[in-house]
Design a protein around this ligand. Sequence first.
Ligand code: C2O
Ligand code: CU
Length: 626
Amino acid sequence: MSTATLVTLDLAAALVAAALWASAGALTVRGRSRLAVGLAAGAAVATSGRVATAVALAGRGWWFAQEKLTIGVPLLLVAVVAVALTIRRGGTAAATAMLTAGYAAAVGLALTLLAGYPSGWGVGLVCAAVVGAAALVTRRALAPAPAPGTLRTGVAAVLAVGLAGGALSVALPGAPTDSGGGVADAAPPGGRTVSVDELRGPDTPDPGGAVRRYTLTARRASVTLSSGRTVAAWAFDGRVPGPPLTATVGDLVEITLRNADIGQGVTLHWHGYDVPAVDDGAPGVTQDPVPPGGSYVYRFRAEQAGTYWYHTHQVSDQGVRMGLYGTLVVSPRVPSTVESVDLALPVHTLDGAVILGDRDTAEERRVAPGTPVRLRLVNTDSGPHRFALAGVPYRLAAVDGTDLNRPGELTEATLRLAAGGRYDLAFTMPAGAVALVVDGTAGAGLRLAPDGVPFARTGPEVAGWPEVDLIAYGAPAATPFGSGSRFDRRFTLVLDRGLAVVDRLPAYAYTVDGKAFPSVPTQVVRAGDLVAMTVVNRGFATHPWHLHGHHVLVLSRDGRPAGGSPLWMDTFDVRPGEVWVVAFRADNPGVWMNHCHNLSHAGQGMALHLEYAGVTTPFHGGHGAG
Ligand code: C2O
Ligand code: CU
Protein backbone atom coordinates (compact mmCIF):
# COMPACT_ATOMS: atom_id res chain seq x y z
CA MET A 1 0.00 0.00 0.00
CA SER A 2 1.36 3.43 -0.83
CA THR A 3 2.27 5.77 1.97
CA ALA A 4 -0.20 8.33 0.62
CA THR A 5 -3.02 5.75 0.91
CA LEU A 6 -1.96 4.92 4.47
CA VAL A 7 -2.00 8.63 5.35
CA THR A 8 -5.56 8.90 4.02
CA LEU A 9 -6.69 5.71 5.81
CA ASP A 10 -5.19 6.98 9.04
CA LEU A 11 -7.16 10.23 8.86
CA ALA A 12 -10.31 8.33 7.95
CA ALA A 13 -9.87 5.98 10.94
CA ALA A 14 -9.41 8.95 13.28
CA LEU A 15 -12.51 10.63 11.87
CA VAL A 16 -14.67 7.50 12.11
CA ALA A 17 -13.43 6.79 15.65
CA ALA A 18 -14.31 10.34 16.72
CA ALA A 19 -17.80 10.12 15.21
CA LEU A 20 -18.58 6.66 16.62
CA TRP A 21 -17.29 7.36 20.15
CA ALA A 22 -19.24 10.61 20.26
CA SER A 23 -22.44 8.92 19.03
CA ALA A 24 -22.02 6.04 21.48
CA GLY A 25 -21.68 8.59 24.28
CA ALA A 26 -24.73 10.54 23.16
CA LEU A 27 -26.86 7.38 22.98
CA THR A 28 -25.72 6.34 26.46
CA VAL A 29 -26.89 9.73 27.76
CA ARG A 30 -30.29 9.06 26.19
CA GLY A 31 -30.37 5.68 27.93
CA ARG A 32 -30.19 3.67 24.70
CA SER A 33 -27.40 1.54 25.99
CA ARG A 34 -27.84 -1.44 23.65
CA LEU A 35 -27.26 0.65 20.55
CA ALA A 36 -24.55 2.57 22.38
CA VAL A 37 -22.62 -0.61 23.12
CA GLY A 38 -22.89 -1.60 19.45
CA LEU A 39 -21.49 1.75 18.33
CA ALA A 40 -18.77 1.53 20.98
CA ALA A 41 -17.72 -1.80 19.50
CA GLY A 42 -17.48 -0.12 16.08
CA ALA A 43 -15.55 2.74 17.63
CA ALA A 44 -13.12 0.26 19.18
CA VAL A 45 -12.53 -1.23 15.72
CA ALA A 46 -11.89 2.23 14.25
CA THR A 47 -9.54 2.97 17.15
CA SER A 48 -7.58 -0.21 16.45
CA GLY A 49 -7.55 0.87 12.83
CA ARG A 50 -5.95 4.16 13.76
CA VAL A 51 -3.34 2.41 15.89
CA ALA A 52 -2.59 0.03 13.02
CA THR A 53 -2.24 2.78 10.40
CA ALA A 54 -0.05 4.85 12.73
CA VAL A 55 2.23 1.87 13.34
CA ALA A 56 2.34 1.09 9.61
CA LEU A 57 3.21 4.72 8.87
CA ALA A 58 6.05 4.57 11.38
CA GLY A 59 7.39 1.74 9.25
CA ARG A 60 7.51 4.18 6.30
CA GLY A 61 9.44 6.74 8.35
CA TRP A 62 9.08 8.24 11.82
CA TRP A 63 8.15 11.60 10.21
CA PHE A 64 4.85 10.13 9.07
CA ALA A 65 3.83 8.88 12.53
CA GLN A 66 5.57 10.79 15.31
CA GLU A 67 2.74 13.00 16.57
CA LYS A 68 0.27 10.12 16.22
CA LEU A 69 2.27 7.59 18.22
CA THR A 70 3.56 9.95 20.90
CA ILE A 71 0.43 12.06 21.46
CA GLY A 72 -2.72 11.22 19.50
CA VAL A 73 -2.87 7.47 20.01
CA PRO A 74 -1.86 7.50 23.73
CA LEU A 75 -4.56 10.09 24.52
CA LEU A 76 -7.12 8.02 22.67
CA LEU A 77 -6.05 4.81 24.41
CA VAL A 78 -6.31 6.39 27.86
CA ALA A 79 -9.90 7.39 27.10
CA VAL A 80 -10.67 3.93 25.71
CA VAL A 81 -9.38 2.34 28.93
CA ALA A 82 -11.79 4.61 30.83
CA VAL A 83 -14.60 3.36 28.59
CA ALA A 84 -13.63 -0.25 29.30
CA LEU A 85 -13.71 0.40 33.04
CA THR A 86 -17.12 2.11 33.01
CA ILE A 87 -19.11 0.55 30.18
CA ARG A 88 -20.67 -2.19 32.39
CA ARG A 89 -21.87 0.32 34.90
CA GLY A 90 -23.32 2.48 32.12
CA GLY A 91 -24.84 5.83 33.03
CA THR A 92 -23.01 9.10 33.37
CA ALA A 93 -19.57 7.62 33.90
CA ALA A 94 -19.73 5.52 30.74
CA ALA A 95 -21.23 8.36 28.72
CA THR A 96 -18.49 10.73 29.83
CA ALA A 97 -15.79 8.19 28.99
CA MET A 98 -17.20 7.54 25.51
CA LEU A 99 -17.58 11.22 24.73
CA THR A 100 -14.05 11.80 25.97
CA ALA A 101 -12.77 9.08 23.65
CA GLY A 102 -14.53 10.99 20.87
CA TYR A 103 -12.77 14.22 21.90
CA ALA A 104 -9.42 12.41 22.04
CA ALA A 105 -9.88 11.00 18.55
CA ALA A 106 -10.90 14.43 17.23
CA VAL A 107 -7.95 16.13 18.93
CA GLY A 108 -5.64 13.47 17.44
CA LEU A 109 -7.02 14.25 13.99
CA ALA A 110 -6.62 17.99 14.50
CA LEU A 111 -3.10 17.44 15.80
CA THR A 112 -2.12 15.62 12.60
CA LEU A 113 -3.75 18.20 10.35
CA LEU A 114 -2.70 21.38 12.17
CA ALA A 115 0.59 20.66 13.94
CA GLY A 116 2.00 17.51 12.36
CA TYR A 117 5.69 16.70 12.52
CA PRO A 118 7.47 17.38 14.77
CA SER A 119 5.13 17.80 17.75
CA GLY A 120 6.90 18.14 21.09
CA TRP A 121 5.97 18.19 24.76
CA GLY A 122 4.28 21.56 24.54
CA VAL A 123 1.82 20.49 21.88
CA GLY A 124 1.25 17.19 23.66
CA LEU A 125 0.34 18.90 26.94
CA VAL A 126 -1.99 21.34 25.17
CA CYS A 127 -3.77 18.39 23.52
CA ALA A 128 -4.09 16.62 26.88
CA ALA A 129 -5.47 19.79 28.47
CA VAL A 130 -8.05 20.25 25.71
CA VAL A 131 -9.29 16.67 26.07
CA GLY A 132 -9.25 16.97 29.88
CA ALA A 133 -11.20 20.25 29.82
CA ALA A 134 -13.79 18.81 27.47
CA ALA A 135 -14.13 15.76 29.73
CA LEU A 136 -14.65 17.99 32.78
CA VAL A 137 -17.27 20.12 31.08
CA THR A 138 -19.07 16.96 29.94
CA ARG A 139 -18.97 15.47 33.43
CA ARG A 140 -20.33 18.68 34.92
CA ALA A 141 -23.11 18.87 32.33
CA LEU A 142 -24.18 15.25 32.75
CA ALA A 143 -23.97 15.07 36.55
CA PRO A 144 -24.86 18.53 37.79
CA ALA A 145 -23.64 17.97 41.33
CA PRO A 146 -20.32 16.18 41.55
CA ALA A 147 -18.27 16.58 44.70
CA PRO A 148 -17.02 20.20 44.50
CA GLY A 149 -13.52 19.19 45.63
CA THR A 150 -13.02 16.76 42.72
CA LEU A 151 -14.21 19.30 40.20
CA ARG A 152 -11.88 21.96 41.54
CA THR A 153 -8.90 19.60 41.45
CA GLY A 154 -9.81 18.62 37.90
CA VAL A 155 -10.02 22.22 36.70
CA ALA A 156 -6.76 23.09 38.40
CA ALA A 157 -5.02 20.10 36.81
CA VAL A 158 -6.30 20.91 33.32
CA LEU A 159 -5.28 24.55 33.67
CA ALA A 160 -1.82 23.63 34.90
CA VAL A 161 -1.22 21.13 32.10
CA GLY A 162 -2.57 23.52 29.46
CA LEU A 163 -0.48 26.44 30.69
CA ALA A 164 2.64 24.31 30.91
CA GLY A 165 2.05 23.10 27.35
CA GLY A 166 1.45 26.60 26.05
CA ALA A 167 4.52 27.94 27.82
CA LEU A 168 6.69 25.11 26.49
CA SER A 169 5.52 25.64 22.90
CA VAL A 170 6.27 29.36 23.09
CA ALA A 171 9.53 29.05 25.02
CA LEU A 172 11.04 26.39 22.75
CA PRO A 173 10.81 28.04 19.34
CA GLY A 174 13.51 25.84 17.82
CA ALA A 175 16.97 26.77 16.62
CA PRO A 176 17.29 29.43 13.89
CA THR A 177 19.85 27.29 12.07
CA ASP A 178 20.35 23.64 11.30
CA SER A 179 23.92 22.47 10.98
CA GLY A 180 22.90 19.08 9.63
CA GLY A 181 25.09 17.31 12.17
CA GLY A 182 28.18 19.21 11.02
CA VAL A 183 30.16 21.99 12.68
CA ALA A 184 27.56 24.26 14.22
CA ASP A 185 29.48 27.52 14.51
CA ALA A 186 28.76 29.93 11.72
CA ALA A 187 32.29 31.29 11.47
CA PRO A 188 34.01 30.39 8.21
CA PRO A 189 37.21 28.36 8.42
CA GLY A 190 39.40 31.46 7.98
CA GLY A 191 37.31 33.59 10.33
CA ARG A 192 36.50 36.23 7.68
CA THR A 193 32.92 36.86 6.66
CA VAL A 194 31.96 37.79 3.14
CA SER A 195 28.80 39.42 1.82
CA VAL A 196 26.81 37.80 -1.01
CA ASP A 197 27.29 40.89 -3.14
CA GLU A 198 31.05 40.25 -3.14
CA LEU A 199 30.51 36.75 -4.56
CA ARG A 200 30.88 37.65 -8.23
CA GLY A 201 32.05 35.52 -11.12
CA PRO A 202 34.61 36.33 -13.82
CA ASP A 203 33.76 39.36 -15.96
CA THR A 204 35.41 38.17 -19.16
CA PRO A 205 34.55 35.27 -21.47
CA ASP A 206 36.79 32.24 -21.72
CA PRO A 207 39.46 32.56 -24.42
CA GLY A 208 37.56 32.08 -27.67
CA GLY A 209 34.21 32.89 -26.06
CA ALA A 210 32.06 35.91 -26.83
CA VAL A 211 30.21 38.48 -24.77
CA ARG A 212 26.44 38.06 -25.13
CA ARG A 213 24.58 41.20 -24.16
CA TYR A 214 20.83 41.29 -23.63
CA THR A 215 18.45 43.85 -22.24
CA LEU A 216 15.10 42.71 -20.89
CA THR A 217 12.42 45.22 -19.97
CA ALA A 218 9.54 44.11 -17.78
CA ARG A 219 6.22 45.83 -18.31
CA ARG A 220 2.49 45.34 -18.38
CA ALA A 221 1.38 44.20 -21.80
CA SER A 222 -1.50 42.73 -23.62
CA VAL A 223 -0.63 39.63 -25.56
CA THR A 224 -2.59 38.12 -28.44
CA LEU A 225 -2.40 34.32 -28.58
CA SER A 226 -2.52 32.14 -31.69
CA SER A 227 -6.21 31.42 -31.07
CA GLY A 228 -6.85 35.13 -31.37
CA ARG A 229 -7.52 35.53 -27.65
CA THR A 230 -5.96 38.59 -26.01
CA VAL A 231 -4.81 38.41 -22.40
CA ALA A 232 -3.44 40.95 -19.96
CA ALA A 233 0.07 39.87 -18.98
CA TRP A 234 3.32 41.05 -17.46
CA ALA A 235 5.98 40.53 -20.08
CA PHE A 236 9.66 40.92 -20.88
CA ASP A 237 9.93 43.06 -24.03
CA GLY A 238 6.20 42.74 -24.59
CA ARG A 239 6.32 38.97 -25.22
CA VAL A 240 5.25 35.89 -23.32
CA PRO A 241 7.48 33.98 -23.00
CA GLY A 242 10.21 36.63 -22.86
CA PRO A 243 12.93 36.68 -25.55
CA PRO A 244 14.80 33.36 -25.79
CA LEU A 245 18.36 33.80 -24.52
CA THR A 246 21.14 31.70 -26.00
CA ALA A 247 24.85 31.36 -25.40
CA THR A 248 27.72 28.97 -25.99
CA VAL A 249 29.80 27.48 -23.19
CA GLY A 250 32.63 29.91 -22.43
CA ASP A 251 30.64 33.02 -23.32
CA LEU A 252 30.11 35.82 -20.87
CA VAL A 253 26.39 36.51 -20.57
CA GLU A 254 25.45 40.01 -19.54
CA ILE A 255 21.80 40.85 -19.06
CA THR A 256 20.48 44.26 -18.15
CA LEU A 257 17.09 44.03 -16.47
CA ARG A 258 14.87 47.10 -16.60
CA ASN A 259 11.54 47.47 -14.89
CA ALA A 260 9.14 49.81 -16.69
CA ASP A 261 6.01 49.57 -14.58
CA ILE A 262 5.73 46.41 -12.49
CA GLY A 263 4.80 47.96 -9.15
CA GLN A 264 5.91 45.15 -6.87
CA GLY A 265 9.36 45.06 -8.51
CA VAL A 266 11.14 42.36 -10.53
CA THR A 267 14.35 40.34 -10.50
CA LEU A 268 15.83 37.69 -12.77
CA HIS A 269 16.53 34.24 -11.38
CA TRP A 270 18.42 31.81 -13.64
CA HIS A 271 16.54 28.65 -12.83
CA GLY A 272 18.90 25.66 -12.77
CA TYR A 273 21.91 27.74 -13.76
CA ASP A 274 24.49 27.65 -10.99
CA VAL A 275 25.48 31.32 -11.22
CA PRO A 276 27.59 33.19 -8.63
CA ALA A 277 25.52 34.24 -5.61
CA VAL A 278 25.21 37.92 -6.52
CA ASP A 279 23.56 37.02 -9.85
CA ASP A 280 20.95 34.67 -8.41
CA GLY A 281 18.09 37.17 -8.44
CA ALA A 282 16.62 36.20 -5.06
CA PRO A 283 15.11 39.38 -3.61
CA GLY A 284 15.89 39.94 0.05
CA VAL A 285 18.79 37.50 -0.24
CA THR A 286 21.08 38.47 -3.13
CA GLN A 287 19.61 41.82 -4.17
CA ASP A 288 16.72 44.19 -3.66
CA PRO A 289 13.84 43.93 -6.12
CA VAL A 290 14.22 46.30 -9.08
CA PRO A 291 11.53 48.98 -8.72
CA PRO A 292 9.69 50.66 -11.61
CA GLY A 293 12.24 52.82 -13.41
CA GLY A 294 15.15 50.83 -11.98
CA SER A 295 17.64 48.44 -13.53
CA TYR A 296 20.13 45.73 -12.54
CA VAL A 297 22.92 43.98 -14.43
CA TYR A 298 23.49 40.22 -14.21
CA ARG A 299 26.79 38.85 -15.47
CA PHE A 300 27.95 35.27 -15.48
CA ARG A 301 30.09 32.98 -17.52
CA ALA A 302 28.18 30.24 -19.33
CA GLU A 303 29.77 27.13 -17.87
CA GLN A 304 26.93 24.59 -18.13
CA ALA A 305 25.44 23.55 -21.46
CA GLY A 306 21.76 22.66 -21.64
CA THR A 307 18.20 23.89 -21.21
CA TYR A 308 17.41 26.39 -18.46
CA TRP A 309 14.98 29.22 -17.89
CA TYR A 310 14.76 32.60 -16.28
CA HIS A 311 11.97 34.19 -14.29
CA THR A 312 11.26 36.99 -11.87
CA HIS A 313 11.63 36.01 -8.23
CA GLN A 314 9.82 38.92 -6.64
CA VAL A 315 6.37 37.78 -5.48
CA SER A 316 7.13 35.08 -8.00
CA ASP A 317 3.83 33.27 -7.64
CA GLN A 318 2.10 36.20 -9.29
CA GLY A 319 5.00 37.51 -11.41
CA VAL A 320 5.77 34.21 -13.15
CA ARG A 321 2.11 33.32 -13.56
CA MET A 322 1.52 36.67 -15.26
CA GLY A 323 4.28 35.95 -17.81
CA LEU A 324 7.67 37.15 -16.52
CA TYR A 325 9.73 34.19 -17.74
CA GLY A 326 11.70 32.93 -20.74
CA THR A 327 14.20 30.25 -21.80
CA LEU A 328 17.99 30.15 -21.57
CA VAL A 329 19.70 27.61 -23.81
CA VAL A 330 23.46 27.13 -23.69
CA SER A 331 25.12 25.12 -26.46
CA PRO A 332 28.27 23.09 -25.90
CA ARG A 333 31.47 24.62 -27.27
CA VAL A 334 31.96 21.66 -29.58
CA PRO A 335 28.45 20.58 -30.51
CA SER A 336 28.02 16.81 -30.42
CA THR A 337 25.29 16.70 -33.04
CA VAL A 338 24.00 19.76 -34.78
CA GLU A 339 20.23 19.55 -34.52
CA SER A 340 18.80 21.51 -37.38
CA VAL A 341 15.43 21.59 -35.67
CA ASP A 342 16.14 22.66 -32.09
CA LEU A 343 13.17 24.19 -30.28
CA ALA A 344 12.86 25.54 -26.74
CA LEU A 345 9.23 24.92 -25.74
CA PRO A 346 8.18 26.33 -22.39
CA VAL A 347 4.70 25.23 -21.30
CA HIS A 348 2.75 27.74 -19.24
CA THR A 349 -0.78 28.53 -18.16
CA LEU A 350 -1.54 32.15 -19.01
CA ASP A 351 -4.87 33.36 -17.72
CA GLY A 352 -6.29 29.84 -18.00
CA ALA A 353 -4.89 29.15 -21.49
CA VAL A 354 -2.17 26.48 -21.76
CA ILE A 355 0.52 27.78 -24.11
CA LEU A 356 3.45 25.85 -25.58
CA GLY A 357 6.05 28.35 -26.69
CA ASP A 358 3.89 31.37 -27.41
CA ARG A 359 0.88 29.52 -28.85
CA ASP A 360 -2.35 28.22 -27.33
CA THR A 361 -3.15 26.16 -30.44
CA ALA A 362 -1.03 23.41 -32.01
CA GLU A 363 1.93 24.56 -34.06
CA GLU A 364 2.52 22.81 -37.39
CA ARG A 365 5.97 22.61 -38.98
CA ARG A 366 7.36 20.93 -42.06
CA VAL A 367 10.51 18.90 -41.34
CA ALA A 368 12.41 16.76 -43.84
CA PRO A 369 12.83 13.04 -42.98
CA GLY A 370 16.25 12.30 -41.49
CA THR A 371 16.54 15.69 -39.78
CA PRO A 372 17.87 15.48 -36.21
CA VAL A 373 15.34 17.12 -33.89
CA ARG A 374 15.68 18.31 -30.31
CA LEU A 375 12.66 19.50 -28.33
CA ARG A 376 13.50 21.30 -25.10
CA LEU A 377 10.47 21.09 -22.81
CA VAL A 378 10.38 23.57 -19.94
CA ASN A 379 7.62 23.57 -17.32
CA THR A 380 7.17 27.15 -16.15
CA ASP A 381 3.93 26.44 -14.27
CA SER A 382 3.47 25.57 -10.60
CA GLY A 383 2.16 22.04 -11.19
CA PRO A 384 3.37 19.10 -13.30
CA HIS A 385 2.60 18.66 -17.01
CA ARG A 386 2.42 15.39 -18.92
CA PHE A 387 3.94 15.10 -22.37
CA ALA A 388 3.67 12.36 -24.97
CA LEU A 389 5.49 12.12 -28.30
CA ALA A 390 3.66 10.10 -30.92
CA GLY A 391 4.84 8.83 -34.29
CA VAL A 392 8.53 8.28 -33.59
CA PRO A 393 10.80 6.46 -31.14
CA TYR A 394 12.83 9.02 -29.21
CA ARG A 395 15.23 9.46 -26.33
CA LEU A 396 15.00 11.60 -23.25
CA ALA A 397 18.46 13.04 -23.84
CA ALA A 398 18.73 15.45 -20.90
CA VAL A 399 16.99 16.27 -17.63
CA ASP A 400 17.31 19.71 -16.02
CA GLY A 401 20.11 20.63 -18.45
CA THR A 402 22.27 17.56 -17.82
CA ASP A 403 22.69 14.82 -20.43
CA LEU A 404 21.61 11.34 -19.36
CA ASN A 405 23.88 8.33 -19.77
CA ARG A 406 22.73 5.98 -22.55
CA PRO A 407 19.06 6.92 -22.49
CA GLY A 408 16.92 4.10 -23.93
CA GLU A 409 14.49 4.45 -26.79
CA LEU A 410 10.95 5.42 -25.78
CA THR A 411 7.66 4.82 -27.58
CA GLU A 412 4.10 5.16 -26.31
CA ALA A 413 5.30 6.66 -23.05
CA THR A 414 4.23 9.56 -20.90
CA LEU A 415 6.77 11.99 -19.51
CA ARG A 416 5.70 13.82 -16.37
CA LEU A 417 7.65 17.03 -16.01
CA ALA A 418 7.87 18.70 -12.61
CA ALA A 419 7.09 22.39 -12.24
CA GLY A 420 10.34 24.21 -13.01
CA GLY A 421 11.95 21.13 -14.62
CA ARG A 422 13.24 20.55 -18.16
CA TYR A 423 13.37 17.54 -20.49
CA ASP A 424 15.26 17.45 -23.81
CA LEU A 425 13.72 14.99 -26.29
CA ALA A 426 15.86 13.88 -29.23
CA PHE A 427 14.95 11.91 -32.35
CA THR A 428 15.48 11.68 -36.08
CA MET A 429 12.55 12.89 -38.15
CA PRO A 430 10.79 9.85 -39.69
CA ALA A 431 8.91 9.69 -42.99
CA GLY A 432 5.58 10.02 -41.17
CA ALA A 433 3.97 12.63 -38.95
CA VAL A 434 5.03 13.30 -35.35
CA ALA A 435 2.97 14.89 -32.59
CA LEU A 436 3.96 16.32 -29.22
CA VAL A 437 0.86 16.20 -27.01
CA VAL A 438 0.56 18.23 -23.82
CA ASP A 439 -1.62 16.84 -20.99
CA GLY A 440 -3.43 14.53 -23.43
CA THR A 441 -5.30 17.41 -25.07
CA ALA A 442 -5.54 18.53 -28.65
CA GLY A 443 -4.86 22.18 -27.72
CA ALA A 444 -1.36 23.62 -27.49
CA GLY A 445 1.17 21.16 -28.90
CA LEU A 446 3.55 20.58 -31.77
CA ARG A 447 2.87 18.74 -35.03
CA LEU A 448 5.74 17.87 -37.38
CA ALA A 449 5.42 16.27 -40.82
CA PRO A 450 7.48 16.02 -44.00
CA ASP A 451 6.22 17.84 -47.08
CA GLY A 452 3.12 16.25 -48.53
CA VAL A 453 2.33 14.26 -45.36
CA PRO A 454 -0.76 15.36 -43.42
CA PHE A 455 -0.17 16.53 -39.86
CA ALA A 456 -1.20 14.11 -37.10
CA ARG A 457 -4.41 14.78 -35.21
CA THR A 458 -3.18 12.98 -32.11
CA GLY A 459 -4.82 13.89 -28.83
CA PRO A 460 -6.44 12.10 -25.92
CA GLU A 461 -5.59 8.57 -27.09
CA VAL A 462 -2.06 9.05 -25.70
CA ALA A 463 -3.41 9.70 -22.21
CA GLY A 464 -3.16 6.08 -21.09
CA TRP A 465 0.49 5.62 -22.04
CA PRO A 466 2.58 4.53 -19.05
CA GLU A 467 4.73 7.03 -17.25
CA VAL A 468 8.52 6.79 -17.55
CA ASP A 469 10.20 6.34 -14.18
CA LEU A 470 13.33 8.45 -14.35
CA ILE A 471 15.12 6.76 -11.50
CA ALA A 472 15.24 3.57 -13.58
CA TYR A 473 15.90 5.14 -17.01
CA GLY A 474 19.23 5.02 -18.84
CA ALA A 475 22.40 3.25 -17.73
CA PRO A 476 24.39 3.73 -14.52
CA ALA A 477 27.73 5.54 -14.72
CA ALA A 478 30.37 6.68 -12.29
CA THR A 479 29.39 9.63 -10.06
CA PRO A 480 31.66 11.76 -7.84
CA PHE A 481 29.73 10.56 -4.75
CA GLY A 482 26.85 8.25 -3.90
CA SER A 483 24.81 6.57 -1.20
CA GLY A 484 27.93 5.03 0.33
CA SER A 485 29.78 8.36 0.68
CA ARG A 486 30.59 9.94 4.02
CA PHE A 487 28.42 13.05 4.25
CA ASP A 488 29.54 16.13 6.14
CA ARG A 489 25.94 17.28 6.62
CA ARG A 490 22.60 15.54 6.56
CA PHE A 491 19.43 17.56 6.42
CA THR A 492 15.83 16.41 6.49
CA LEU A 493 12.94 18.50 5.23
CA VAL A 494 9.45 17.30 6.13
CA LEU A 495 6.86 18.98 3.91
CA ASP A 496 3.27 19.34 5.05
CA ARG A 497 0.55 21.84 5.87
CA GLY A 498 -0.14 23.24 9.29
CA LEU A 499 -0.80 26.28 11.43
CA ALA A 500 2.13 28.68 11.15
CA VAL A 501 2.84 32.37 10.86
CA VAL A 502 3.13 33.71 7.29
CA ASP A 503 3.70 37.41 6.64
CA ARG A 504 3.15 37.99 10.38
CA LEU A 505 -0.34 36.42 10.34
CA PRO A 506 -1.37 32.95 11.44
CA ALA A 507 -2.25 30.84 8.40
CA TYR A 508 -2.90 27.30 7.28
CA ALA A 509 0.55 27.39 5.75
CA TYR A 510 2.67 25.11 3.62
CA THR A 511 5.29 24.06 6.13
CA VAL A 512 8.78 22.64 6.36
CA ASP A 513 9.35 20.75 9.62
CA GLY A 514 6.19 22.36 10.97
CA LYS A 515 7.39 25.92 10.30
CA ALA A 516 6.84 28.51 7.59
CA PHE A 517 9.33 30.90 5.93
CA PRO A 518 11.20 32.78 7.37
CA SER A 519 11.03 30.68 10.56
CA VAL A 520 12.28 27.45 8.99
CA PRO A 521 15.83 26.93 10.35
CA THR A 522 18.52 27.98 7.86
CA GLN A 523 20.67 25.08 6.67
CA VAL A 524 24.33 25.90 7.30
CA VAL A 525 27.13 24.29 5.30
CA ARG A 526 30.82 24.95 4.74
CA ALA A 527 32.37 25.27 1.31
CA GLY A 528 33.45 21.82 0.18
CA ASP A 529 30.97 19.90 2.32
CA LEU A 530 29.27 16.85 0.90
CA VAL A 531 25.62 17.26 1.80
CA ALA A 532 22.75 14.76 1.88
CA MET A 533 19.20 16.05 1.90
CA THR A 534 16.14 13.92 2.62
CA VAL A 535 12.85 15.42 1.46
CA VAL A 536 9.67 13.89 2.89
CA ASN A 537 6.14 14.71 1.76
CA ARG A 538 3.61 14.15 4.55
CA GLY A 539 0.84 16.08 2.85
CA PHE A 540 -1.68 15.73 0.03
CA ALA A 541 -0.09 18.05 -2.54
CA THR A 542 2.90 17.49 -4.83
CA HIS A 543 5.96 19.58 -3.99
CA PRO A 544 8.49 20.26 -6.78
CA TRP A 545 11.61 20.85 -4.67
CA HIS A 546 14.16 23.35 -5.97
CA LEU A 547 17.53 24.28 -4.51
CA HIS A 548 19.18 27.38 -5.98
CA GLY A 549 22.81 27.42 -7.03
CA HIS A 550 23.41 23.66 -7.06
CA HIS A 551 22.46 20.50 -8.87
CA VAL A 552 21.60 17.53 -6.71
CA LEU A 553 22.27 13.89 -7.51
CA VAL A 554 19.27 11.66 -6.79
CA LEU A 555 20.29 8.79 -4.47
CA SER A 556 16.97 7.11 -3.74
CA ARG A 557 13.22 7.44 -3.71
CA ASP A 558 11.15 5.64 -1.05
CA GLY A 559 14.20 3.63 -0.13
CA ARG A 560 14.72 2.38 -3.68
CA PRO A 561 18.20 3.33 -4.90
CA ALA A 562 18.41 5.25 -8.17
CA GLY A 563 19.35 2.59 -10.68
CA GLY A 564 19.36 4.23 -14.10
CA SER A 565 21.52 6.99 -15.52
CA PRO A 566 22.95 9.33 -12.89
CA LEU A 567 20.16 11.84 -12.38
CA TRP A 568 21.28 15.40 -11.66
CA MET A 569 18.30 17.61 -11.04
CA ASP A 570 17.52 21.08 -9.81
CA THR A 571 13.78 20.51 -9.43
CA PHE A 572 12.29 17.15 -8.44
CA ASP A 573 8.67 16.33 -7.77
CA VAL A 574 8.09 14.94 -4.29
CA ARG A 575 4.64 13.42 -4.53
CA PRO A 576 2.42 12.73 -1.50
CA GLY A 577 3.97 10.11 0.76
CA GLU A 578 7.32 10.09 -1.07
CA VAL A 579 10.75 10.28 0.49
CA TRP A 580 13.62 11.44 -1.74
CA VAL A 581 17.27 11.35 -0.74
CA VAL A 582 19.51 13.59 -2.83
CA ALA A 583 23.09 14.81 -2.41
CA PHE A 584 25.22 17.70 -3.55
CA ARG A 585 28.67 19.17 -3.13
CA ALA A 586 28.60 22.60 -1.47
CA ASP A 587 30.76 24.24 -4.14
CA ASN A 588 29.05 27.57 -4.76
CA PRO A 589 29.34 29.86 -1.73
CA GLY A 590 26.41 32.12 -1.03
CA VAL A 591 23.04 32.32 0.62
CA TRP A 592 20.56 30.33 -1.47
CA MET A 593 16.83 29.84 -1.53
CA ASN A 594 15.73 26.24 -1.08
CA HIS A 595 12.01 26.00 -1.77
CA CYS A 596 8.97 24.41 -3.30
CA HIS A 597 8.54 25.46 -6.93
CA ASN A 598 4.80 25.40 -6.66
CA LEU A 599 5.30 29.12 -6.22
CA SER A 600 2.08 29.65 -4.32
CA HIS A 601 3.26 27.04 -1.79
CA ALA A 602 6.55 28.92 -1.51
CA GLY A 603 4.67 32.16 -0.95
CA GLN A 604 2.67 30.46 1.79
CA GLY A 605 5.69 29.36 3.75
CA MET A 606 7.38 26.42 2.00
CA ALA A 607 10.85 27.92 1.68
CA LEU A 608 14.11 28.24 3.58
CA HIS A 609 17.72 29.33 3.13
CA LEU A 610 20.87 27.32 2.58
CA GLU A 611 23.76 29.39 3.85
CA TYR A 612 27.51 28.91 3.65
CA ALA A 613 29.21 29.56 6.98
CA GLY A 614 30.57 33.08 7.00
CA VAL A 615 28.49 34.38 4.11
CA THR A 616 26.17 37.19 5.06
CA THR A 617 23.55 39.15 3.19
CA PRO A 618 22.90 42.89 3.46
CA PHE A 619 19.46 42.47 1.86
CA HIS A 620 16.33 42.03 3.90
CA GLY A 621 12.64 42.55 3.64
CA GLY A 622 12.29 41.46 0.01
CA HIS A 623 9.91 38.70 -0.85
CA GLY A 624 12.52 36.01 -1.28
CA ALA A 625 10.20 33.12 -0.54
CA GLY A 626 7.69 33.82 -3.18
CU1 C2O B 1 12.68 28.93 -10.32
CU2 C2O B 1 13.55 30.10 -6.52
O1 C2O B 1 13.08 29.52 -8.42
CU1 CU C 1 4.74 22.67 -2.65
